[in-house]
Design a protein around this ligand. Structure first.
Ligand SMILES: [Cu+2]
Length: 120
């Protein structure tokens, strides 16, 4: 009888270890699945940024793509947080918004071009 009991305990331990392994694998999978969703795109077309207001989760990488025939830049209102080089046709530039906040930006070549990214 004693050996039966210890055999059972061994089986229970194995099941617990298996469950822990499954849980760990699931956690790793969901962490990996979050990566692609933390990316967003803004297009520059006909002298405007689209969308005008982009809402993202903090940690999201935003990529701007210039579809115009003339160069544009992407510069934060405070001139410090981010500042792209001049983007020629079909060139892109990315910035990751690590901190929550509202980030208004503009094109330094055409300062009337403005838009914002809201990171939550
Ligand atoms: Cu511009």
């Amino acid at each position: 009888m004693k050996s039966d009991k210890s055999k059972m305990r061994g089986t229970v331990m194995m099941v617990v270890a298996l469950l822990a392994l499954v849980a760990a694998t699931g956690a790793r999978r969901s962490a990996a699945a979050e990566k692609p969703s933390s990316h967003a795109e803004v297009t520059i077309d006909n002298f405007s940024f689209g969308p005008q207001s982009l809402s993202v989760k903090a940690g999201t990488e935003v990529t701007w793509v210039n579809h115009d025939d003339i160069p544009h830049t992407v510069v934060s209102e405070d001139l410090i947080t981010f500042r792209s080089r001049a983007l020629d046709t079909d060139e892109s530039w990315s910035f990751t918004f690590t901190k929550p906040g509202t980030y208004t930006y503009f094109c330094s070549i055409h300062p009337k071009m403005t838009a914002k990214v809201v990171a939550q």
